[in-house]
Design a protein around this ligand. Structure first.
Ligand code: NI
Length: 174
């Protein structure tokens, strides 16, 4: 078990296309996912997902939290070699942040409903439909595997802001 160092925007690994994992059931991949989970948990709720390139490993591995249907604890998924398909033309705009871009947030337009698929650590296929913020989280994490960071997706950079600054102004000029 190890807490891994997070690559920040500017590190070339974040702009690379991550390689496909040949065998998701190897001890190396299990260890990587376990270290990513520990790293995310160490950050104490400041992130809801992590992609392997963010810990300097250019492989198609992501972990993310989605909400459970019964409003209980969030569901944590490890997904290998993921693919995303948009199930609607409807989009929404919402705030995103990223552990590789600490302190900032910005508004990003994304499809509302997606199907994501890939492999679990047991090598079995995972296929799930996600909507709303869950769909956003999965898309954000999978973007990391393509070398895409959320500011690259922003259509209006005027919403890019420091959270610490913006919180003083929330509700004042809306
Ligand atoms: Ni991110």
């Amino acid at each position: 078990m190890a807490i891994l160092k997070i690559a920040k925007m500017g590190h070339p690994v974040l702009l690379k296309k991550a390689k496909k994992v040949e065998d998701p059931t190897t001890p190396e991949i299990k260890q990587l996912v376990s270290d990513m989970l520990e790293t995310l948990s160490d950050l104490g709720g400041s992130g809801v997902g992590l992609a392997a390139p963010q810990v300097h490993v250019s492989l198609q591995v992501v972990i993310f939290e989605t909400s459970s249907s019964e409003n209980k604890k969030p569901i944590l998924t490890a997904l290998i070699n993921p693919k995303i398909e948009a199930l609607t033309d409807e989009t929404s705009i919402d705030w995103e942040g990223c552990l590789s871009i600490p302190g900032l947030r910005g508004q990003v337009v994304r499809p509302n409903k997606i199907k994501y698929s890939g492999l679990g650590l047991d090598g079995k296929k995972i296929e799930t439909i996600a909507e709303g913020f869950d769909a956003r989280v999965v898309q954000h994490e999978c973007d990391h595997l393509l070398g895409i960071l959320y500011p690259h997706r922003m259509t209006d950079l005027s919403s890019l802001q420091f959270v610490s600054e913006a919180r003083h102004w929330i509700n004042q000029d809306e």
